[in-house]
Design a protein around this ligand. Structure first.
Ligand SMILES: Nc1ncnc2c1ncn2[C@@H]1O[C@H](COP(=O)(O)OP(=O)(O)OP(=O)(O)O)[C@@H](O)[C@H]1O
Ligand SMILES: [Mg+2]
Length: 302
């Protein structure tokens, strides 16, 4: 495995500068620390997985990377340059993403949804678009061609003129990926790309992500499907209660008892949040005995 920590650029082609470098990223919402001092890098050609139980802070971390949230602390760099916390600037810099809750334009066609993703890459401005001069028409033709190429690539070219809301769920997820790719990213962030997919679609998604990586795009992917993650990723990081608990090869993470415990919900010694859990449990036990409580023992047994 490569080490991606040095910052020397070699000959202008292969570079040891990480594609993504997040340092000390913290996100607080009032009293809640959703992401706590997380460091993460994604190197060129890498597929990195981000796992963790529900509410661990994975999506919030993505939102910090993509400028949707301004992190309370920390820094995010793309190919050595610090990213400004503005979504359109992050996209323009070369970072694209898909969303856990699909965000397509339901009443636009499949093709139009991909074209929307291209707008950060077209230089033609408002006047050019209004006048529809030769520059605009040329840009439009190129965008159209590129969008159709992407639809071929994800296997949806035959549905280019369907309304996106009429696509089955799995195809909507793929369309989101095509839309993200339309901005010509160097890094693609995928938030639960196989949620709602059947096993065949999941396998196809895996192939698609490998193919994207083979085009030179680095990938950071959140997923709950462990088979998918451990098959796909070169490296996996596990977030628990906002903190990066473990990071390593799929083999190492898969076998890590702390990861297993986090998913089963059994706090282990020294686990982030274990103290709070104990405090809450103690308080609950106390109030149950004090008031007679509203919860019956039968209720608790469920
Ligand atoms: N805008 C917000 N305001 C306040 N709290 C938030 C906000 N966004 C997320 N949170 C909280 O931050 C924590 C982390 O949520 P997040 O959605 O990042 O988790 P996740 O790891 O993506 O979970 P899942 O696997 O269920 O998608 C949760 O406690 C959530 O309620
Ligand atoms: Mg999430």
């Amino acid at each position: 495995m490569n080490t991606m920590t040095t910052t020397t650029t070699i000959g202008g082609t292969a570079s040891a500068v990480p594609v993504l470098e997040a340092t000390g990223v913290t996100m607080r919402f009032g009293g809640l620390v959703a992401v706590r001092s997380v460091d993460l890098t994604v190197g060129a050609g890498e597929i990195v997985g981000l796992i963790g139980p529900n509410g661990a802070g994975k999506t919030t971390f993505f939102n910090c990377l993509t400028g949707l949230y301004v992190p309370t602390e920390g820094r995010v760099s793309y190919r050595g340059g610090v990213l400004p916390p503005k979504p359109h600037l992050v996209t323009r810099a070369g970072v694209a993403r898909t969303f856990q809750n699909i965000r397509l334009f339901p009443n636009m066609t499949v093709l139009e949804n991909v074209l929307v993703g291209r707008h950060t890459r077209t230089k033609e401005g408002l006047w050019s678009a209004l006048v529809r001069g030769p520059g605009f028409k040329r840009a439009e033709a190129t965008s159209h061609e590129r969008a159709m190429e992407l639809l071929e690539f994800i296997g949806l070219a035959h549905k280019a003129d369907h309304l996106s809301r009429n696509l089955p769920y799995g195809e909507q997820r793929k369309l989101e990926i095509a839309r993200a790719l339309a901005s010509d990213p160097g890094l693609l962030l995928l938030d639960e790309p196989t949620a709602g997919m059947n096993p065949q679609e999941t396998r196809a998604a895996e192939e698609l992500i490998f193919a994207i990586r083979d085009q030179g795009i680095a990938i950071l992917v959140i997923e709950h499907d462990m088979r998918f993650i451990f098959n796909l990723c070169d490296r996996v990081a596990c977030l628990v209660q906002g903190e990066k608990l473990v990071e390593g090869t799929p083999e190492a993470v898969q076998g890590d008892e702390r990861v297993v415990a986090a998913y089963l919900g059994t706090p282990f010694e020294g686990a982030p949040g274990a103290e709070e859990v104990a405090e809450v449990e103690a308080a609950e036990a106390h109030s149950a005995t004090g008031t007679g409580g509203t919860t019956s023992p039968e209720g608790e047994a469920q």
